[in-house]
Ligand binder design. Structure first.
Ligand code: SDX
Length: 446
C-alpha cells in the first residue's frame, strides 16, 4: 500500500495537467482550503481533523451511521464487487472454489492466504480432525440448557466457555498459540453445534468419527442413531461442503466487524468468536435464513404471494432473504445455492415451499419496488429450503452459517491483530444531549 501522505504534504505532479491524487476542501466558514491525500480512492478521516474554525476546537470528523460508506480496515482476505456480483476469497472466484475445492481447503486458503500443497493440506486436515473432541465438562454446560433452548444461544455460550479451558489462548501475539486455537475452533465448532442439536432432541451425543470428512463427521454427530458406523450420504455430504465454502467469509459484514472490534481489545479468540456468533444470530444477518422459512410458511401458498408482496411494499414486512448492503446485483452465492437445492431435492424430494420461494423471486425481480432498490435474493434466501429438506430444524439454520464462517472470522481477526495500523476500536460521536445541569433532590422534582 502506498505510504499515506500526511495532509500537509501533497504529491505535486510534475505535469500540471496530471490530476494530483488529492482532494481540495474549502471550508466556507473560514475560506480556508485544505488538500487531503487520496489513497485507494479513500481519504483518511483523521485528515479532516485539521479543519477548524477556532484552533482550540477538536476538529472535523466524518459521520457515518452503520458505516454505510466507511472503510474500517485494509484487508487482503475477501473481495466483493457488489454491482458486478463478484466474490473472491484471496483472489479465487467463489464459483471456482465451490466447484473444485473443499471447505477445509478453502478454510486453509482464507487463513493462510494461499491454497495448500498436498502435504500442507494433509497436515491441516490432521490437526483439525484431531481437535474435534471437546472437554467432557462442556457436556454439563449443554445439559444445563432448557430442552427448547435455541442452538445459537447454546453456541454463543459454549464457544465463550472454551476460553475458560484454554488459558494459552490469551497469548494472542504468539503465532503458535493462534494456530492451536484455530485448530481447536475449526475442529470443535461442528462438535458443539451437533451436541447442541442432539440436546434439543434429548438424544445422546455422538462423538466425532475421525475417519469421516469434515462435513461427513458433522452429519455423523448430528444424525447417527444405532448404526455402529455412520455412512454419510454422498450427495448431502457434498452439498454441505459446498454450502460451507459459500458461507466461509464475506469481508466486513456485521459479524466480522464484531470480531474485529471485540478482538481489538486483545481478548482471547474464543470470546471474540462468541461475540461474532451473537452478531450473526440477528434476523437481519445470519438469522435471516431461519426467518425466510417462517416467512414462506406464513405466506402458505403461491396464491397468497401477491398479497404478501403488497405488505412488503408498504413497508409492513420485509422480504427476508432479499437485499444486501453490498450486492446490488444477484448474490453470486445465491445462484450456486439454487443449483445445490435441486441436487438435494432430487434426493430428498422437493421442498413444498420452493414454489412459493420461486414465485416471490419471480415477482420481486420484475416489480419496480425491488428493482429500484436493487433487491435480489441473497445467500439466505434458498439455504433454508435446503436445510429443511436435509432434515434440519429451522433453529439450526443460523448454526449452519456460523460453523463455516468461523474460518473467515479467524482469518479477519488475525489480520486485524497483525495490522500495524489497527488498535482498540473506539469510535467518536456527535453529542446532542443535555448541556451541564445540576442534581435535583428527589423531593424537589416534579
Ligand atoms: C447476510 O453483509 C454481509 O455480507 C452479510 C452476509 C454475509 O455473508 O455475511 O451476506 C449475510 O446477512 C445476508 C443478508 C440477510 N438478511 C436478510 O435477508 C434480511 C432482509 N434484508 C434486509 O434487512 C436488508 O436488505 C439488509 C439488512 C440485508 C441490508 O440492509 P441495508 O443495506 O441497510 O439496506 P436498507 O435497509 O437501507 O434498505 C434500502 C431500502 C429500504 O427502502 P427505503 O427506505 O429506501 O424505501 O430497501 C428496502 C429498505 O426498506 N429493503 C427491503 C429489504 N431490504 C431492504 N424491503 C423489503 N425487503 C427487504 N428484504
Amino acid at each position: 500500500m502506498d505510504s499515506p501522505l500526511s495532509a500537509t504534504t501533497t504529491r505535486m505532479s510534475e505535469d500540471s495537467t496530471v490530476p494530483r491524487e488529492t482532494l481540495t476542501i474549502t471550508d466556507n466558514r473560514t475560506g480556508k482550503s485544505y488538500e487531503i491525500p487520496i489513497n485507494h480512492d479513500t481519504i483518511r478521516a483523521a485528515d479532516l481533523r485539521q479543519i477548524k474554525v477556532d484552533p482550540k476546537e477538536f476538529g472535523m470528523m466524518s459521520y457515518d451511521p452503520a458505516f454505510n460508506n466507511t472503510a474500517s480496515c485494509i484487508s487482503k482476505v475477501t473481495f466483493i464487487d457488489g454491482d458486478a456480483g463478484i466474490l473472491r476469497y484471496r483472489g479465487y472466484p467463489i464459483e471456482d472454489l465451490a466447484e473444485k475445492s473443499t471447505y477445509l481447503e478453502t478454510a486453509y486458503l482464507l487463513l493462510n492466504g494461499e491454497l495448500p500443497t498436498p502435504s500442507q493440506l494433509k497436515d491441516w486436515t490432521y490437526h483439525v480432525t484431531h481437535h474435534t473432541f471437546i472437554h467432557e465438562s462442556i457436556k454439563k454446560f449443554l445439559d444445563g440448557f432448557h430442552y427448547d433452548a435455541h442452538p445459537m444461544g447454546m453456541m454463543i455460550s459454549t464457544i465463550a466457555a472454551l476460553s475458560t479451558f484454554y488459558h494459552d489462548a490469551k497469548d494472542i501475539f504468539s503465532a503458535e498459540s493462534r494456530q492451536k486455537q484455530t485448530y481447536r475452533l475449526i475442529g470443535k465448532v461442528p462438535t458443539i453445534a451437533a451436541f447442541s442439536y442432539r440436546h434439543t432432541l434429548g438424544m445422546p451425543f455422538v462423538y466425532p468419527d475421525n475417519e469421516l470428512s469434515y462435513p461427513g463427521n458433522f452429519l455423523n454427530m448430528l444424525f447417527r442413531t444405532t448404526e455402529p458406523k455412520y455412512r454419510p450420504n454422498a450427495t448431502l455430504e457434498h452439498a454441505l461442503d459446498v454450502l460451507f465454502i459459500l458461507h466461509a467469509d464475506h469481508e466486513q459484514n456485521c459479524s466480522t466487524n464484531t470480531i474485529r472490534g471485540v478482538g481489538s481489545s486483545h481478548v482471547d479468540p474464543y470470546s471474540a468468536t462468541a461475540a461474532a456468533i451473537a452478531a450473526l444470530y440477528g434476523p437481519l444477518h445470519g438469522g435471516a435464513n431461519e426467518e425466510v422459512l417462517h416467512m414462506l410458511m406464513q405466506i402458505g401458498s403461491i396464491q397468497k404471494v401477491p398479497d404478501f408482496i403488497k405488505r412488503v411494499k408498504t413497508g409492513e414486512v420485509k422480504l427476508m432473504g432479499f437485499g444486501h448492503r453490498v450486492y446490488k446485483n444477484y448474490d453470486p452465492r445465491a445462484r450456486i445455492i439454487k443449483h445445490i437445492a435441486y441436487e438435494v431435492f432430487e434426493l430428498m424430494g422437493k421442498n413444498p415451499l420452493l414454489e412459493i420461494a420461486l414465485e416471490c423471486e419471480r415477482i420481486a425481480l420484475e416489480d419496480e419496488y425491488f428493482v429500484k432498490r436493487k433487491l435480489y435474493p441473497n445467500v439466505d434466501f434458498y439455504t433454508g429450503l435446503i436445510y429443511q429438506s436435509m432434515g434440519f430444524p429451522m433453529t439450526m439454520f443460523p448454526v449452519l452459517f456460523a460453523i463455516p464462517r468461523t474460518s473467515g472470522w479467524i482469518a479477519q481477526w488475525e489480520e486485524m491483530l497483525l495490522d500495524p495500523e489497527q488498535k482498540i476500536a473506539r469510535p467518536r460521536q456527535i453529542y446532542l444531549g443535555h448541556n451541564t445541569r445540576h442534581y435535583v433532590p428527589i423531593d424537589q422534582r416534579n
